[in-house]
Design a protein around this ligand. Structure first.
Ligand SMILES: Cc1cc2nc3c(=O)[nH]c(=O)nc-3n(C[C@H](O)[C@H](O)[C@H](O)COP(=O)(O)O)c2cc1C
Length: 178
């Protein structure tokens, strides 16, 4: 056993399945998409989840304001767009336009579903908590939408040792897991 905090955290924090939060931007009259690795389920009944966002992100302000969003899980064919949504800011980039993805009206929230995604969950933010340099958003799932085919969900793994890699893109490793 070696005492090394950095290595210990690296080894236990991956693999990481990414999702995206779609947030309505009233000021720019469009919706924004942020890629998220840090998320978790928090309740079965009612179904709830939580995700962590750095306060400087554009999406952070939109979520604080609107208190709702769509959480969308991409397929393995969406890697390029997922990386764009995870590196560009919605302050200056229209991410639906740049990715070419299709916004579909949701039933309960202002932000749209992403048609190309495997799963879209309509969510209402019920709580926030400051946790160090991130804000934890807690959200109740209002409605769910799933692709009609059997496409698998994108799995992202940072390029590190000690776990299985499938495919690769820009320093992140991707693979499809059911
Ligand atoms: C694979 C991946 C995972 C990410 N996970 C998170 C995350 O969990 N929380 C976060 O605040 N930013 C995360 N980011 C960074 C944001 O997606 C990125 O800063 C984005 O450009 C913010 O967009 P916005 O300014 O339009 O909100 C991630 C980026 C990538 C590529």
């Amino acid at each position: 056993m070696i005492t090394d905090l950095q290595q210990a955290l690296k080894r236990c924090s991956k693999p990481e399945r990414v999702c995206m939060a779609v947030c309505y931007d009233e000021k720019q009259r469009r919706s924004n998409i942020i890629t998220l690795g840090w998320k978790m389920w928090t309740s079965l009944k009612p179904r709830m989840l939580a995700f962590s966002i750095v306060p400087t992100r554009h999406s952070h302000n939109l979520l604080i304001k609107e208190k709702q969003c769509v959480i969308a899980w991409p397929g393995p064919d969406m890697v390029k767009g997922v990386m764009l949504c995870g590196t560009a800011s919605g302050r200056s980039v229209d991410k639906f336009k740049e990715t070419g993805w299709t916004p579909l009206p949701a039933q309960h929230v202002k932000a749209p579903l992403i048609e190309e995604c495997v799963v879209n969950l309509e969510c209402e933010i019920t709580d926030t908590l400051t946790t160090g340099d991130h804000t934890l958003f807690v959200a109740a799932v209002l409605e769910g939408h799933v692709a009609s085919d059997n496409r698998k969900i994108l799995f992202t793994i940072k390029d590190e040792l000690h776990f299985m890699h499938v495919g690769s893109d820009k320093g992140y490793k991707f693979g499809a897991f059911s």
